[in-house]
Unconditional design. Structure first.
Lengths: 389, 299, 235
């Protein structure tokens, strides 16, 4: 509230009067905010749970309102955000930069399909198995990777990403190589859901709504669990590793153990994301899981915000929607998609956004927002203390 | 002697030598940049490609091959210098993921921009050398005037860079700025200028590598043409340890020759897995590469 | 002459130097002494431009040093032998010296001759890598490297560290001779206060970033309180 220069006495009265009513609303609002933050500090897990349930419910409502195609994109984005959440944890907390998590994503995708095709199992079982498969893959990679730093770690993860492609070809009896693998019994919506939206169970809208709903609920559970891990004492101690390994060791973090666990967790989440993606699309194609996918995951994460939860969600949605948005931009500019500029526009924008993000807002969208908010809160707190004192 | 030179193994070595020199130059560029600024330049291949397009693009305007070729070098140096000055320098002291992502972004951006300006169709680059293999009697030796030109260019570049570092005052300052930047400043060395110069040199060298890769009758210039050589150069540099320019060159040449043998005796598809396997094995045994050393950790 | 006025330096929340002011007379040895953490090294680094002060000025014969880049300050004739000597281990003795002479006054050949005369041991080791030298030899190399540029000012940060007392005495004597012979202005930061005071003309005592004494060396040497409280020397 800056001081205004009064011209006449009447104006002074007016200013005082209006600021008076403003301040009453402001008082109520700030009292509410402080009560909320107070209870949030006392019962953090409960708050997180309520917030998660709220967001999940909103998501479920949304799926009921939109078309089948939109639900397909939404589910794809949410599934990817689960995978990217793992990468967010790996990079933001243990400081390990991985250019190979696309391979773990692929492991989960294939295992979900293969397990489901060869066993008569429930969706839950399939999801658990693909998560576990991802975790095992993460262990295999994480163990040798723990001694590597910087570019050497990057090199090994790149090798993993590329090697995965060769593995797909090598085990083509299982994976069907480039032709891809189909889920033999795709997930279909239950009768009650179909009648709820007034459509037959075979309709596209019902099918994808159901799949999106599953994805959102599973993602909600995952985000909730990870949120608790992020804020836990163990999580915060791990975060030290990113900035200063020696300090982390002093605090008691076992460096190799923590680094491997981070890999396992991130690979498990990537595997889960892959499984969910297969659930939604009912097919797995080997050509999806290239080094490019791993790079895309990391770079989307940077834009969203490393080490954050909401940033992972943003990254996942960007993955699903950026191509659509950019192609509408291209046609909006009057370029054809086959022209030189038009066909490259996707990458031009992507590359430019990446560079700008790193230079200007390296914390990403979510990270920068959190930073700005916490700075403003801290400033307001000191202002309040000054006023009180 | 004749039998040896025309033998299968000798052919493989000679074939692998050309590729190997390209990999070696890329690896050299990566090592120069790493030693100067501790950044792994994922975009080096793309930057080299852009320089090659700028230089060789003049071919279509009737400029002679040699002029175009020579122009690629200052074009590359300019690109390298500008990148260091405006993209990398702001990121010094920040977490290491930032320059990695910035370079990946630059890679994507440059390839896309080049593609949008010049198109993605392969452009032929025909140097004034025959690609026909020489013959000893009636048997071909896997060497043609073109191959000699390619190998020669690479050798000249490597020697030039080596001589610069070894025998000139500028080279002394470049090395000092990379090894001990603070002490160098205290001795009057303009360290930030040296770092920029390091990037310029590395990109100029890589630009030559790109020209070599693209010249010939089967190959040509494409926006993503340096991706393969970059991967091989990276593997060679990482195996060598990112600290040794000589190691990078030797590693690159060795990798090229290894690839030639793998292609001949097994299959071209196994080239990448074999190279990656070599990388993984080396890193597991020596986490800092064969000749690398770990910097002391300070709180 | 170097005039330091009102210098304040902070590392984040920590105040390393508070309002430090003193003069360094030309052609004399000024010792800067005090216990660990007193800010002595920070002071030298600020003069050399490696650290930017929050406030204050450093005047060198009319030239304001604060705000200049380190390289520029070095080229103006202010040599600095840093803490730990900073010899480049991967370079030979010769290359280290070559580097030192690049941006100084005088020619390399003449400079090498002078330094080898001053430090004959360096001559015999000229082709060796600096990493193979002993502590005392490295000290000599670091000083020769700074001197070959023919500076008018020499900043020395704890030259006695890791050296045996005999070697320290030699180093200090050499410093004194250099100062007298070449009219070199020397700022000598030392943990070993008594050795420094033996060869100094003036002494500045720092304690927790503040100047607690600024006087002729004999005065500081004789002051028992100073020695006891700030220099950790038993009375």
């Amino acid at each position: 509230m800056s001081a205004t220069k009064p011209h006449t006495s009447t104006e002074v009265v007016d200013v005082k009067g209006s600021s008076g009513s403003h301040s009453r609303i402001g008082e109520i609002a700030s009292r509410l905010a402080s009560k909320l933050s107070g209870s949030r500090q006392r019962h953090p897990v409960l708050h997180r749970l309520l917030l998660t349930v709220l967001v999940v419910c909103l998501g479920l409502v949304l799926t009921g309102l939109v078309s089948g195609v939109t639900n397909l994109d939404l589910a794809t984005g949410v599934a990817m955000s689960v995978a990217i959440l793992g990468l967010s944890f790996l990079t933001g907390f243990s400081g390990q930069v991985s250019l190979g998590n696309g391979a773990f994503f692929g492991v989960g995708a294939y295992v979900f399909a293969i397990w489901g095709n060869h066993q008569s199992s429930s969706i839950g079982e399939d999801l658990l198995v693909c998560t576990a498969a991802g975790a095992v893959a993460g262990l295999i990679v994480g163990l040798p990777a723990t001694r590597l730093r910087g570019p050497y770690l990057a090199g090994m993860t790149i090798a993993v990403a590329i090697a995965f492609g060769s593995l797909i070809d090598e085990f083509s009896s299982w994976t069907n190589g480039d032709q891809g693998l189909n889920v033999q019994s795709p997930v279909t919506p239950p009768a009650w859901l179909a009648s709820f939206i007034g459509e037959p169970t075979s309709s596209l809208r019902a099918t994808f709504m159901w799949r999106a709903d599953i994805t959102i609920v599973v993602a909600g559970i995952t985000f909730f669990l990870m949120a608790n891990l992020f804020r836990s004492r163990k999580g915060r101690a791990m975060r030290l590793m990113r900035e200063n390994e020696v300090a982390a060791e002093l605090v008691g973090v076992s460096l190799p153990g923590a680094r491997v666990s981070a890999f396992v967790v991130s690979a498990a989440l990537a595997g889960l994301g892959g499984g969910l993606t297969t659930l939604v699309s009912t097919a797995v194609y080997g050509s999806t899981f290239t080094l490019g996918l791993s790079i895309e995951m990391l770079t989307l994460l940077v834009i969203g915000g490393i080490g954050t939860l909401s940033g992972s969600l943003i990254a996942g949605l960007l993955y699903a929607y950026s191509i659509t948005w950019i192609s509408s931009l291209v046609s909006g500019l009057g370029l054809t998609s086959s022209s030189n500029l038009g066909s490259q526009m996707n990458n031009i924008i992507f590359g430019a956004v990446l560079i700008i993000t790193v230079l200007v807002a390296p914390l990403g969208i979510a990270g920068t927002t959190q930073f700005v908010i916490s700075r403003r809160l801290a400033r307001r707190r000191t202002e309040r203390l000054d006023k009180a004192g | 002697m004749d039998a040896f030179l025309t033998s299968r193994n000798a052919s493989d070595v000679l074939h692998g030598l050309v590729n190997g020199m390209v990999f070696g130059l890329v690896a050299l560029g990566l090592v120069l940049i790493w030693r100067a600024t501790r950044v792994l330049n994922f975009a080096l291949g793309a930057m080299a490609t852009a320089a090659a397009y700028l230089g060789l693009g003049l071919l279509s305007y009737g400029v002679g091959f040699w002029w175009c070729f020579l122009l690629c070098i200052p074009a590359g140096m300019a690109i390298g210098a500008l990148t260091e000055r405006f993209l990398v320098r702001p990121l010094y002291g920040k977490p290491e993921i930032n320059p990695i992502v910035a370079m990946v972004g630059l890679l994507i951006l440059i390839e896309a921009v080049v593609g949008s300006i010049w198109g993605t169709r392969q452009r032929s680059v025909i140097p004034p050398f025959s690609y026909v293999d020489w013959h000893l009697g009636s048997n071909p030796v896997a060497l043609s005037p073109l191959a000699v030109f390619q190998i020669g260019c690479a050798v000249v570049m490597a020697l030039a860079v080596g001589a610069l570092f070894r025998f000139t005052n500028l080279g002394l300052q470049l090395r000092a700025a990379a090894l001990a930047p603070e002490v160098s400043r205290l001795l009057g060395v303009r360290v930030s200028r040296m770092l920029t110069l390091g990037w310029a040199l590395a990109t100029g060298v890589a630009a030559v590598a790109c020209v070599i890769v693209s010249s010939g009758f089967i190959s040509g210039l494409t926006p993503s043409g340096m991706e393969g050589p970059f991967a091989a150069g990276f593997i060679a540099a990482a195996v060598g340890g990112l600290e040794s320019p000589v190691g990078a060159l030797v590693g690159g040449v060795s990798l090229g020759i290894l690839e030639a043998f793998v292609t001949d005796y097994w299959s071209p598809n196994l080239v990448l897995p074999v190279s990656l396997l070599v990388l993984v094995v080396v890193l597991v045994v020596r986490p800092n590469g064969l000749f690398g050393h770990q910097r002391v950790r300070r709180v | 002459m170097i005039r330091v006025a009102g210098l304040s330096v902070s590392y984040g929340a920590v105040r390393a130097l508070r309002d430090v002011s003193f003069d360094v007379p030309t052609g004399q040895v000024t010792a800067v002494i005090g216990s660990n953490g007193a800010g002595k090294t920070t002071l030298l680094r600020t003069i050399s431009g490696l650290v930017r002060p929050a406030a204050g000025s450093i005047d060198f014969d009319g030239l304001e040093l604060v705000g200049l880049r380190t390289e520029a300050i070095a080229r103006r004739g202010i040599g600095h032998v840093p803490e730990g000597r900073g010899v480049i281990e991967e370079f030979t003795v010769l290359d280290n010296l070559r580097l030192g002479s690049l941006h100084g006054r005088g020619k390399l050949a003449a400079g090498l001759e002078t330094q080898f005369e001053l430090f004959p041991i360096l001559a015999s080791r000229r082709k060796q890598h600096a990493g193979t030298l002993s502590g005392g030899e490295r000290q000599m190399l670091a000083m020769a490297r700074a001197l070959i540029a023919e500076p008018s000012v020499l900043l020395l940060d704890e030259p006695s560290v890791g050296l045996a007392p005999i070697v320290t005495r030699d180093v200090m004597t050499t410093i004194r001779e250099l100062c007298v012979d070449r009219r070199l202005t020397v700022v000598l930061v030392e943990q070993d206060a008594m050795s420094a005071l033996q060869v100094a003309d003036r002494a500045v005592v720092l304690h927790v970033g503040e100047v607690v004494a600024d006087a002729a060396a004999e005065v500081v040497r004789a002051d028992e309180n100073l020695r006891h409280y700030y220099l950790g020397v038993a009375t």
